[in-house]
Design a protein around this ligand. Structure first.
Ligand code: URA
Length: 437
C-alpha cells in the first residue's frame, strides 16, 4: 500500500452521506475508504450503504478513475517488461461473461502463436455463466495456480498463460465484489468498470480488448448500458496507460453449440483444429485482430495460425506447462437425455439465459463459491437460430452425472426456444454489434 493512499482518516458516515446526497467524493476520501475497507476498518454494512449510494447516484469519471486506482493500490501491481518475455508485446482480453463463452480457450494460444504474450488471469464461474478456470480444470492434470516465476517463464517460452489471479491482486475488489453480490449492487456501472479494470491494470498487460456482452445471457441486457460500460472501461484503460478497446457482442443466444466445462473444451479444440462453429470462429478472430492491433502487430493474420496448426501447438504447450495432459480423453457425463424439437419450422430464438441456467442445474456451475462443479455436465445444442428443425428430432442433449437433475434443467429450457413457420427468417443482430475505442 503506497503512502499516498494512507494519508488521512475520514468518518465513513460522512463519506456515505456525501454520495447519498449526490455529491462528489474527493480523492483522499476515495483512497481512504477503499484502503480502510480492505483493512477491515470500514464495516461491511457501511460499504454496502456506500455501494448502494453509488448505484443510485453514480460517479463522475474522475471519481471512477480514482476508485480504480485505489483498488489497484490495495494489492500488487505486476510488471511484465518486454525483454522478460522474449520481446513480445503483451495483450489480454476480458469478457463480461456469457453462456457458452469459451473464446479465451482458442484465443489465448492463437494470439500467442501470432507473436504476442497473453497474460490471462481468470476466474471461476458463479451463477449461470461458466468460468474459464472451471473449463480448463476439466483437462486431466491441469492446475490453475502458478508461481510468479512460472508465470513469467511460461509467457516467455510459450506466449500464453491462463491461471488463477493471486490473492494479492486487487484484494479490495475481492472483498467488495462479494459484498455487492449479496446487496443488490453488482449492476452499478462505476463499480463493474472499476472492478474489472483494477484487476486487468494490476495484471500488467500493455493492451486490453474487452468483450462486453449484451443480451439475455449477459449482465447488460441492453446496448445503451453496455456501451456506457464499455466507454467507461476504455477511458479507465487510457487513464492508466493500457491501450484498451471494446467490442459489444451479442449474448441473446449462446456462443457455439455447447455450454458446460469439458463440452466447451472439446468445442474449443475443434476451433484450434481449423473447424468449430462459425460464431465461435468469427468472434475468436475478431478479438484476436483487435488484440494484435492494440499490441502494435497489425500485419499478422490470425486466421492463418488457426489453419496451419500453430495455434494448436501453442495450446498443447500451454496445457502441458501447467501439468495438463493435452492427449488425455476429456471427462464425459455418466448420463445423457435428449430433448426433441416440439414442432417443424425455423428456430428463430434460442435464449442464452435459459441455456445457462439449464447447464448450471445439470452441475456445470455453482451456486456458492465453494461448491464443486461437474466437469462433464452441460447442454449440447443441435441447432442455432436460423436453422430448420423437425419436430421430434433432437434439439438439446443434456449431460450430467446426477440424472435427478434432468427435470429441473428441462424446465429451464421449456420456454427457451421459438420455432416459426418454415419460411420465417429470424431477426438476428450481428455477433459484433459495435466497437468502442
Ligand atoms: N466482473 C467483475 O470482475 N466485476 C464485476 O463487477 C462484474 C463482472
Amino acid at each position: 500500500m503506497s503512502e499516498a493512499f494512507e494519508s488521512r482518516a475520514f468518518d465513513a458516515v460522512d463519506v456515505i452521506r456525501t454520495k447519498r446526497d449526490g455529491g462528489q467524493l474527493s480523492d483522499p476520501q476515495i483512497d481512504w475508504v477503499v484502503a480502510a475497507y480492505t483493512r477491515g476498518e470500514v464495516a461491511d454494512e457501511q460499504m454496502s450503504a456506500l455501494a448502494m449510494a453509488i448505484l443510485l447516484n453514480g460517479m463522475t469519471h474522475p471519481e471512477i478513475s480514482r476508485w480504480t486506482e485505489a483498488m489497484i493500490a490495495s494489492g500488487i501491481r505486476m510488471q511484465i517488461p518486454r525483454d522478460a518475455v522474449g520481446g513480445r508485446p503483451t495483450a489480454d482480453k476480458h469478457s463480461t461473461g456469457g453462456v457458452g463463452d469459451k473464446i479465451t480457450l482458442p484465443l489465448s494460444p492463437l494470439v500467442a502463436a501470432c507473436g504476442a504474450a497473453v497474460p490471462q488471469l481468470s476466474g471461476r464461474g458463479l451463477g449461470h455463466t461458466g468460468g474459464t478456470l472451471d473449463k480448463l480444470e476439466s483437462i486431466p492434470g491441469w492446475r490453475a495456480t502458478v508461481t510468479g516465476d512460472e508465470f513469467m517463464a511460461q509467457l516467455r517460452d510459450v506466449g500464453a498463460v491462463i491461471c488463477a489471479a493471486s490473492d494479492d491482486l486487487a484484494p479490495a475488489d475481492k472483498k467488495l465484489y462479494g459484498l455487492r453480490d449479496v446487496t443488490g449492487t453488482v449492476e452499478a456501472i462505476p463499480l463493474i468498470a472499476s472492478s474489472i479494470m483494477s484487476k486487468k491494470i494490476a495484471e500488467g498487460t500493455g493492451a486490453l480488448v474487452l468483450d462486453v456482452k449484451v443480451g439475455s445471457g449477459a449482465f447488460m441486457k441492453d446496448v445503451d448500458r453496455a456501451r456506457e460500460l464499455a466507454q467507461t472501461m476504455v477511458a479507465l484503460g487510457g487513464d492508466h496507460g493500457v491501450r484498451t478497446v471494446a467490442l459489444l457482442t451479442d449474448m441473446e443466444t449462446p456462443l457455439g453449440l455447447t455450454a458446460g466445462n469439458a463440452l466447451e473444451v472439446r468445442e474449443s479444440l475443434e476451433v484450434l483444429e481449423g473447424g468449430g462453429p462459425d460464431d465461435v470462429v468469427e468472434l475468436t478472430l475478431a478479438l484476436a485482430r483487435e488484440m494484435l492491433t492494440a499490441a502494435g502487430m497489425e500485419g499478422v493474420d490470425p486466421a492463418d495460425k488457426l489453419k496451419d496448426g500453430s495455434a494448436m501447438d501453442v495450446w498443447r504447450r500451454m496445457i502441458a506447462a501447467q501439468e495438463g495432459d493435452p492427449d488425455a480423453p476429456l471427462p464425459e457425463a455418466r448420463e445423457t437425455h435428449v430433448l426433441p424439437a416440439p414442432a417443424d419450422g425455423v428456430l428463430v430464438r434460442l435464449d442464452a439465459y435459459a441455456v445457462g441456467v439449464a447447464a448450471w442445474r445439470l452441475g456445470a456451475g455453482r451456486a456458492r463459491k465453494e461448491d464443486p462443479v461437474q466437469a462433464g455436465a452441460g447442454v449440447v445444442m443441435h441447432a442455432k437460430p436460423g436453422a430448420t428443425v423437425r419436430g421430434g428430432e433432437p434439439l438439446f442433449t443434456l449431460h450430467t452425472d446426477t440424472p435427478e437433475r434432468f427435470d429441473r434443467a428441462a424446465a429451464a429450457l421449456a420456454e427457451a426456444v421459438t420455432i416459426a413457420p418454415g419460411d420465417s427468417r429470424p431477426d438476428l443482430r450481428p455477433l459484433v454489434i459495435e466497437r468502442v475505442g
